[in-house]
Write a protein that binds this ligand. Structure first.
Ligand code: ZN
Length: 312
């Protein structure tokens, strides 16, 4: 490909071109900012926003990018008492048990088993020198991996597990990493492309990457792209009780049945993108990563194993 043929990707999650596969074949449906997100991050009432579906790769993403200040407000004291009270007041189904992630260890065991199996599948069974979980909370995903240095980078500042060290943004650039994990981070970011560039810059040729994001695919029925849907969401946005009821029904159908019914809508709470396996593959190929596998694994999450390629 010559330089004149190459079209550089648009920054962030552009509304005219898929940020994963660059397709311009996009479908739009009306969605909404949730009352919780709208009040906490945007300091305003809910509003109708567009959710884009790429027909090229199947990835969906909101045509809406919060600013850094808005994201800082959203994640300040994440899941602590004040966050829980505010969210629970708008979303009664967001209970204390959900907030505290009760049963999280059962889920973590499953995710660690998936990580182990995914690495073994590609013959990656060695004793690592240095491994990093980028955005990895306390480093729980590292527990069963064998490595001389186990490190975590997380903006929450939560103390790491025993045997794991917490590093800052400067320190993580000083260590040659064999394995870098990024689990449940990409879907929260307004600009996944820039994040990936930074993550890939931390590795060297041969560094292994493991990514994990939720599989939130669904089929949408009905009036989702019509002006009626926009008016419906606008009407609901002024009636918080009715909004709560329809938000609950829409979310239950989408999560449990993988279907968004007529008059249902997707509410933006935390996730800005809903990745497909194909979208993930295309995004990584853009970023100097050789894909070893991308698939939905036993945990129900989309997991990708990739290796940093040598620079051209
Ligand atoms: Zn796409």
């Amino acid at each position: 490909m010559t330089e004149s043929q190459y079209t550089p990707p648009l920054p962030g999650r552009a509304s005219t071109q898929c940020f994963c596969c660059h397709s311009t074949d996009l479908e739009r449906e009306w969605a909404a900012t949730s009352p919780f997100f709208a009040q906490r991050a945007l300091c305003r009432h809910p509003q109708a926003i567009m959710l884009i579906k790429c027909l090229g790769c199947g990835t969906r993403y909101f045509d809406f990018s919060p600013t850094k200040d808005e994201l800082d407000r959203l994640y300040a004291g994440y899941r602590r008492s004040e966050y829980f009270v505010q969210r629970n007041s708008f979303e009664p189904w967001y209970t204390r048990a959900v907030n505290d992630d009760l049963g999280a260890e059962v889920q973590m065991q499953m995710r660690r088993a998936v990580l182990r199996d995914a690495l073994e599948e590609h013959g990656i069974t060695k004793h690592f020198e240095n491994i990093l979980d980028h955005g990895g909370d306390k480093g729980q995903m590292l527990r069963e991996l064998r490595a001389k240095t186990k490190a975590v980078y997380d903006i929450s500042g939560v103390p790491p597990e025993e045997g794991v060290i917490a590093l800052d943004q400067t320190q993580i650039k000083e260590i040659p990493w064999d394995l870098i994990l990024s689990c449940h981070v990409l879907e929260h970011l307004p600009d996944p492309q820039s994040y990936l560039e930074e993550l890939v810059a931390l590795g060297r040729p041969g560094t292994i990457y493991f990514f994990e994001v939720p599989d939130e695919s669904f089929r949408s029925f009905g009036l989702s792209a019509s002006s009626l849907q926009k008016r419906w969401i606008g009407w609901l946005a002024k009636r918080i009780f009715a909004f709560k009821v329809f938000d609950f029904l829409s979310t239950a159908c989408r999560v449990k049945l993988r279907v968004l019914p007529p008059l249902g809508f997707v509410a933006l709470r935390e996730h800005l993108s809903f990745f497909s396996t194909l979208g993930m593959s295309r995004l990584f190929q853009e970023n100097q990563l050789k894909i070893l596998s991308v698939k939905i694994r036993a945990s129900g999450h989309i997991c990708a194993v990739a290796m940093k390629a040598a620079a051209n």
